[in-house]
Design a protein around this ligand. Structure first.
Ligand code: N0T
Length: 536
């Protein structure tokens, strides 16, 4: 007993990412965890700014807050570190029963150097910017700045060392984002002498090895990639830079790490060579393999979703959710139209989601986000979080096991279908009580409140013939898979209690099932039992 007492407190297992059969889970305390996130505004990383962040995160029913930690704030004087904000943040997060994702705003924040300390900003000789073709200096720091890399890495390592000291027992911090929306707007790559020399080297074998379809040639970037060479090279240079920082940080404290992406148009297929239409060198979907090759310490490339067109959202979820890349959406705009896509993300097995700007700071993120700054900004997201919060761990496990699917209403308002082994879910939107209403007149009118697309559903196959249906503003019909016979036996409206047991509130029948399961404006949870008749 004496020797036991002398031992330090047992550390909880560090959060880590695991994969099976092309699906992913973030293990926290050894079990899949679903990040129901809330990202604070960019300038809320000061102790006095935290109260409106917790208030909004609580209203949202978020379990995790995504918060920047800025290089300028932790190392205002070179070599002297101040992590007092991190201490306050972690302490308050614990009191609020929230987990954290830390966003490292270092060399690049939305591609710019604005979050670097003054001693970096004021010394371009030591911390060089990208150069244009004519030698003129660009606004974005060069990934070939050896001193910049060294200094950013040192600060990041200090941050990770501090987190290790602070959090190895409680594991309040789940993941770390390294830099923010990197790349360069308006310039395809660095043309400094150091960059040019690297550009004329052969493409590294690790990059070629990941190229699909297999690269036709070996040689310089231009020889292998032609018109795409400049963008791919810049992606490689930035990825290598971030990868080195992430690896050094992990060596000190091994947490999952990711980068986020200001997206290029995902519907442009095949992608055209860069034409000033996105931040070149950022982790856009077409260069995920380059990032994987150049930055193996970066676990996830994540999309920041600020275009609410349903075709764009769905394409991005498809392109970023891969067998080698867990789906994780660290930013989605706060406009109400985005709310329904949470069903698509959680149904597709995302390890988590987070609207951006969940914070009652008096700053409106219109037009990327909501116009409001009050409680109404959380409502479209709370509506969905409310349903998942009580079953978050269970949902993450079902998703990891490949049992979940989900979708948000399309801008075309058309019916959708989700296929499961043995059964299909048919989703229709905007319908009055009788659905397709062959009768016309009043019967054919869309249901009130469906003027804009806003519905969606996520469904888990919790047993071979049993489904959990969560959704709002959608009509769901469960049907036997094409060519098979079967029927719905029972639909229970209910919820899960704190122990994870299903509590039935009523059985839906008659009008409530004859035309499909009409999920109303406020979401509902239904447990649906299907069955197949015996051969007569
Ligand atoms: C995001 C956020 C924050 C369709 C914008 C989005 C956050 C950063 N940047 O509020 O600054 O830190 O990651 C860029 C969106 C590009 C425009 C897309 C137009």
């Amino acid at each position: 007993a004496a020797s036991l007492a002398a031992q330090p407190a047992l550390s909880a297992e560090a959060p880590r990412l695991v994969s099976q059969n092309g699906r992913h889970a973030l293990l926290v305390d050894g079990k899949p965890f679903l990040i129901l996130g809330a990202q604070a505004h960019n300038s809320s990383n000061y102790p006095g700014a935290l109260q409106p962040v917790w208030a909004a995160a609580n209203d949202l029913k978020a379990n995790t807050v995504l918060m920047p930690v800025a290089w300028e704030q932790v190392e205002p004087v070179e070599g002297r570190f101040d992590f007092s904000f991190v201490d306050t943040l972690v302490k308050q997060a614990r009191a609020q029963k929230k987990r954290l994702v830390i966003l490292w705003f270092g060399t690049w924040k939305n591609t710019s150097a604005q979050y670097t300390p003054e001693w970096v900003k004021l010394d371009p000789k030591r911390f060089p910017f990208n150069r244009d073709r004519d030698g003129s200096s660009n606004y974005s720091l060069s990934p070939f700045g050896a001193e910049t890399l060294k200094a950013d890495k040192r600060a990041f390592v200090a941050l990770m060392g501090h987190l290790k000291k602070l959090d190895s027992t409680e594991r309040t911090v789940l993941m770390v984002q390294v830099e923010n929306e990197v790349g360069t707007y308006g310039l395809v790559r660095d043309f400094s002498p150091a960059a040019q020399a690297a550009f004329e080297q052969p493409v590294p074998a690790a990059v070629l090895a990941r190229q699909k379809p297999k690269a036709a040639a070996t040689g310089t970037w231009r020889e292998v990639y032609g018109d795409y060479a400049d963008e791919y090279f810049h992606a490689w240079a930035i990825a290598r830079y971030i990868g080195e920082i992430a690896a050094a940080g992990k060596a000190v404290y091994d947490l999952p790490m990711y980068v986020n992406n200001a997206l290029r148009n995902p519907l442009e297929q095949p992608p055209k060579p860069w034409n000033k239409d996105f931040a070149s060198g950022g982790p856009t979907w077409d260069v995920i393999d380059i990032y994987k090759a150049a930055a193996p310490a970066v676990d996830i490339v994540a999309p920041d979703i600020y275009n609410p067109e349903s075709a764009q959202v769905n394409a991005n979820l498809r392109l970023f959710g891969r067998a080698d890349n867990a789906l994780w959406v660290p930013e989605i705009g706060t406009k109400p139209a985005y709310g329904r896509f949470l069903y698509a993300m959680l149904g597709r097995g995302a390890i988590g989601v987070s609207p951006f700007g969940i914070d009652y700071f008096d700053y409106s993120n219109h037009p990327l986000g909501a116009t409001a700054t009050d409680k109404t900004i959380v409502e479209p997201f709370e509506r969905v979080y409310r349903m998942f919060a009580p079953i978050q761990r269970q949902w993450a496990q079902w998703a990891f096991d490949g049992k979940t699917q989900g979708i948000g209403e399309g801008d075309d308002r058309k019916p959708q279908q989700l296929d499961f082994p043995g059964w299909s879910a048919k989703l229709t939107y905007r319908l009055g009580r009788f659905g397709e209403a062959a009768w016309g007149g009043e019967f054919a009118k869309p249901a009130a409140g469906t003027e804009e697309p806003g519905g969606g559903a996520a469904i888990a196959q919790i047993a071979p013939d049993e489904f959990l249906v969560i959704g709002h503003r959608v009509r769901v019909r469960m049907e036997p898979a094409e060519g098979t016979k079967g029927m719905m036996l029972r639909a229970e409206q209910g919820r899960f209690d704190a122990q994870g047991r299903w509590v039935m509130e009523r059985v839906w029948n008659g009008d409530q099932v004859d035309y499909g399961l009409n999920l109303p404006a406020e979401p509902m949870m239904l447990k649906v039992k299907m069955g197949r008749p015996a051969q007569p």
